[in-house]
Design a protein around this ligand. Structure first.
Ligand code: FE
Length: 338
């Protein structure tokens, strides 16, 4: 990130004195760092003549940076992952409302909040060791708290946004008392104290250290597409379940973003968000992280992702989804899900 600083200062200098810069530059703060994004951004510049200054960092760093820069932030658009993080940025008042008929038409209702938009989706699924666990026992999130799975469940920390968003969805569907009961049952079933990311849980399931785990789909697809044979072998020994197909559907989350309230280049920012909702950009954007496009007409060009098949997704609005996050954290803390 440090290496990019001169680029940013250059953008600031342009923004300070030049009307010309108003139309021709976009300062993008992005938590995405995928090779396919290069083509995505180059294409935007080709179509619009707007040059993109990209500042990359991890999700939490970038949010912190925008907060600290305050009214002087050169950031026009902030892209990040997980509805909980997007909602956090929104709660801090960082996003500006964007009125765009195009975005409203192309992005389904439940995949946008008043001040930000989802551009790709991922699902939080259940994976299990085919040799050690019966798929019939792990068809729902609720089922993971059943005593028959004692000592078998692996999952990353309860404070991670992916789990907070899942908990938030559960509060919406089951209510707080049942979600708390669920969290306690889940913790009672842990095979080990939470550690590592979703990929570590998948590998631990494949190794038999855990019988069952929760993971975002793109981590599974990443292993499928890995150049390392041992990664592909991991996927062969696990089964994948779309949870809650007979009730509210599998919990999905998003990557997305919005225009910042302090954006110096608002026209360019809106153009960029609209560009991300175009069919071609959607295909690149989603594929960069093995996710699904939010725009229906966009084509998925990813055989491994497609091999996961179709499922019923929870249609809870992504803005509503993260409303319960603070409450969820308290519930997980009380349950001892560190
Ligand atoms: Fe992730």
């Amino acid at each position: 990130m440090k290496a990019l600083r001169p680029v940013l200062l250059f953008a600031l200098a342009l923004g300070a004195g030049s009307v010309f810069a108003q139309e021709k530059v976009l300062n993008l703060y992005s938590a995405r760092h995928y090779q396919t994004d290069e083509a995505l951004y180059a294409d935007f510049t080709k179509q619009t003549g707007i040059r993109i200054n990209r500042i990359e960092g991890n999700e939490d760093e970038l949010l912190e940076r925008i907060k600290n820069e305050g009214a002087n932030s050169p950031a026009d658009v902030f892209l990040t992952v997980d509805a909980a993080r997007l909602a956090q940025a929104d709660a801090l008042g960082l996003f500006a409302p964007v009125k765009s008929r195009l975005l409203e038409q192309r992005i389904p209702d439940h995949l946008r909040a008043p001040d930000w938009f989802a551009f790709s989706t991922r699902a939080r699924v259940i994976i299990y060791n085919k040799a050690g666990v019966s798929p019939a026992d792990v068809q729902t999130y609720e089922g993971l708290a059943h005593p028959r799975l004692k000592g078998k469940v692996c999952v990353r920390a309860g404070s991670h946004p992916y789990n907070l968003s899942l908990g938030s969805a559960l509060i919406h569907h089951l209510g707080e008392p049942k979600t708390e009961e669920w969290a306690k049952g889940l913790v009672a079933n842990f095979a080990r104290a939470p550690k590592g990311g979703d990929t570590d849980q998948i590998k631990a399931v494949a190794a038999g250290e855990c019988g069952v785990a929760i993971s975002n789909t793109y981590y599974i697809v990443r292993l499928m597409r890995s150049a390392k044979p041992e990664d592909r072998k991991v996927v062969e020994s696990i089964g994948i379940i779309w949870p809650n197909q007979k009730s509210f559907g599998t919990h999905i989350n998003v990557s997305g973003g919005g225009m910042l309230k302090t954006a110096p280049h608002q026209d360019a920012a809106v153009k960029f968000l609209e560009y991300l909702a175009s069919d071609q950009a959607q295909t690149y954007f989603a594929n960069g992280n093995n996710e699904w496009p939010v725009v229906k007409s966009a084509v998925v060009k990813n055989p491994e992702l497609e091999s996961l098949g179709k499922f019923k997704a929870d249609s809870l609005n992504v803005g509503t989804l993260s409303k319960n996050t603070a409450q969820v954290q308290k519930i997980f803390d009380r349950a001892g899900w560190r």
